[in-house]
Design a protein around this ligand. Structure first.
Ligand SMILES: Cc1ncc(C[n+]2csc(CCOP(=O)(O)OP(=O)(O)O)c2C)c(N)n1
Ligand SMILES: CC(=O)[C@@H](O)[C@H](O)COP(=O)(O)O
Ligand SMILES: [Mg+2]
Length: 624
């Protein structure tokens, strides 16, 4: 019987000998590769934290002590050690979430997969425990070197460092990468710390040798140790953390369970905030991941475990179209620059960067900085294109409103993964962007429906210099071409058919929902109705011509891959009301809820975003 089979809870981990713990690490890696290669998921990050997670559960007594994982994509090992091993259901409807989940376990706290929040969570929890007399309850936060480039992390560090007696352990899981190698001054500083790994080992050797030689040796060591701070600042300026007031321990080999446990125990017993700098390797122990120079198998689809090659074809059509078009634009417009928040390849900026490296900026996981720096670039005469996943726009809303829009900055924000992403959990659905930016004065948003409209939306967007533009599209393959049969007052009409008299229905398909709108239109036309299906590319602010079309209808159906509340449909309704147009609306989109992980198709069905549901609802609305 292997060791892993015997692990049902963290207490079982604490009973292991060192040899058994090392064996457990090996079995965990085998399990992760075999399982995640079937389901897809964050294989690389989790292979990198096997020993670290074992050591955390050896030293801390979860759930009395609290473990917080930043971003949470590296919590698979934590899930296994806390008794959850049904990984065949990973990220599937009703199965294990790809992130911590309170519904799954008392050992899980932070479900939000947006990076850089863990230290704030940990500070709050530790303050709460202390105020309620629970100072023996410890909090440990695991934050990656990438997440540490997020501004929120530094807001938290500033506060944590001020609480000298706060029993809080910050574990920096430093694998030198976000997806790609982590950028910026902090990354350089961590590099410097990492480089002094030998320094620490020498010091450890010196301590043992001198302590073995009796009192004179111990005196000598104490003197040396006193020098250490000074020396270290010269050899390895770890002062940044210590200058903040944090005790710094490290760098520690993140794959040496004994060294990890020793460092974590020292940190836990310190009685104040301690930062433990752990060096790990993303994708460790699985050759295809170790050899993956792009992102060490950060997030994968199903693969052949023997080779690491993908089973499914390339997953991202929309992204590829963007990647190609923005590179073309870059060749023609030298004022166009691009910005990514540590996701150069996932958002499709690799080709742009290869051709014009000096015009692509990776700001780290710092979307707020990205937007305001873009406003600065626009002020300086450039046209910046910021590419990010739609869900991460939430974090930069104030910057969009009061740095970009207030100053009429000509920037373009390109939102990939807009709408339901599905299996990546509630905080990864790109469902809030249209409702959020709809209130921003002067902002224009495009939701292209196919490849040609995406290309034209991008070209139009970078020509607009008097305010922010947003172009949004979903995850995955681009659907078939959906040509307009005519353009009526600037509105793309996709189809107009059915009876020449009787009930008139206007169907608005926003962005990639145009295909569904066409399907709904043709079904309703078969029910003796006169149906007009439209899909303007630029949907915010609502085109006046759309209100005019609504005025001629007996029912307006709006279909969008975003929040219904304050979405495009509700804005068309509001504009119609302002114009005195009273016509019934049937608005379909995503409800105001957190959408649990499931496939995109399953979530769309949950939201009645299917042709059969919408047709049935429309007939009911028309008493047909
Ligand atoms: C606000 C935000 N922006 C972008 C992302 C996408 N993202 C997920 S993990 C990741 C890299 C994280 O790097 P690091 O913190 O070093 O963790 P590692 O994967 O290296 O363990 C990024 C950019 C995110 N989750 N949250
Ligand atoms: C954890 C995180 O934010 C990313 O790794 C995200 O899960 C990637 O999503 P895609 O797989 O859609 O690129
Ligand atoms: Mg990292």
């Amino acid at each position: 019987m292997g060791v892993l089979e015997r692990i049902k809870s963290p207490s079982d981990v604490r009973k292991l000998t060192t040899a058994q713990a090392i064996q457990l690490a090996s079995e965990l890696r085998t399990f992760l590769v075999q399982s995640v290669s079937q389901t897809g998921g964050h294989l690389g990050p989790n292979l990198g934290v096997v020993e670290l997670t074992i050591a955390l559960h050896q030293v801390f007594d979860s759930p009395r002590d609290t473990l917080v994982f930043d971003t949470g994509h590296q919590a698979y090992v934590h899930k296994i050690l806390t008794g959850r091993n049904d990984f065949s259901s990973l990220r599937k409807q009703g199965g294990l979430s790809g992130y911590p989940s309170r519904a799954e376990s008392e050992h899980d706290v932070v479900e939000n997969s947006h990076a850089s929040t863990s230290l704030s969570w940990a500070d709050g929890i530790a303050q709460g425990y202390r105020l309620q007399g629970g100072s023996t309850r410890h909090v440990a936060a695991v934050i990656g070197d990438g997440a540490l480039t997020g501004g929120m992390a530094w807001e938290a560090l500033n506060n944590i460092a001020a609480s000298k007696d706060l029993p809080l352990v910050i574990v920096v899981n430093d694998n030198g990468r976000s997806y790609a190698p982590t950028i910026g001054g902090l990354a350089h500083h961590l590099d410097t710390l990492r480089a002094t790994r030998g320094y620490e080992n020498v010091l450890d050797w010196g301590k043992k040798a001198l302590n073995r030689s009796g009192p004179p040796g111990r005196l000598a060591y104490d003197a040396l140790h006193g020098l250490k701070k000074g020396l270290r600042d010269v050899v390895m300026p770890s002062g940044m953390f210590e200058d903040l007031g944090l005790k710094y321990i490290g760098p520690i080999d993140g794959h040496d369970i004994v060294a990890l446990a020793r460092a974590l125990r020292r940190a836990k017993d310190f009685g104040g905030p301690v930062l433990v700098h752990v060096m790990t390797e993303k994708g460790r122990g699985y050759t295809p991941a170790e050899r993956d120079t792009a992102d060490r198998f950060h997030g994968i689809g199903p693969i052949h475990p023997e080779t690491g090659l993908p089973i499914a074809p390339s997953r991202f059509g929309w992204t590829s179209v963007f990647s190609d078009e923005i590179a073309q634009i870059a060749r023609q417009r030298e004022d166009v620059v691009a910005i990514t928040a540590a996701m150069l390849r996932p958002v499709g900026l690799a080709e742009f960067a290869e051709q014009f490296p000096e015009r692509v900026f990776d700001v780290g996981i710092a979307e707020q900085h990205a937007v305001t720096a873009a406003a600065g670039m626009a002020f300086a005469g450039l046209h910046p294109v910021i590419a990010m996943y739609a869900t991460f726009l939430n974090r930069a809303f104030d910057q969009i409103l009061l740095d970009a829009a207030l100053h009429k900055a000509g920037i373009t924000i390109v939102l990939d993964r807009a709408g339901v992403t599905g299996d990546d959990g509630p905080s990864h659905n790109g469902m809030w962007d249209m409702s959020l930016v709809g209130i921003v004065p002067g902002l224009r948003l495009a939701a292209p429906r196919d490849e040609p409209t995406l290309r034209s939306a991008l070209r139009d967007a970078v020509k607009i210099h008097d305010g922010p533009t947003v172009v949004r599209y979903p995850k995955g393959p681009v659907g078939p071409l959906i040509p307009a049969s005519e353009v009526r007052n600037g509105i793309d009409v996709l189809a107009e058919h059915g009876a020449n008299s009787g009930t008139r229905v206007l169907v608005l398909g926003v962005g990639a929902m145009a295909a569904l709108a066409v399907e709904v239109g043709s079904s309703l036309a078969a029910e003796d109705m006169l149906v007009t299906v439209v899909s303007p590319t630029w949907v915010l602010p609502v085109p006046a011509a759309l209100v005019e079309l609504a005025a001629d209808a007996d029912l307006v159906i709006t279909i969008e891959d975003g929040l219904v509340v304050d979405g495009v449909g509700s804005r068309v309704l509001a504009e119609s009301a302002v114009a005195g147009v009273t016509v019934p609306f049937l608005m379909r989109g995503i409800g105001q809820r957190f959408v649990e992980h499931a496939s995109r198709a399953q979530v769309l069905a949950e939201e009645r975003l299917t042709a059969s549901d919408i047709v049935a609802d429309a007939k009911r609305a028309l008493n047909r």
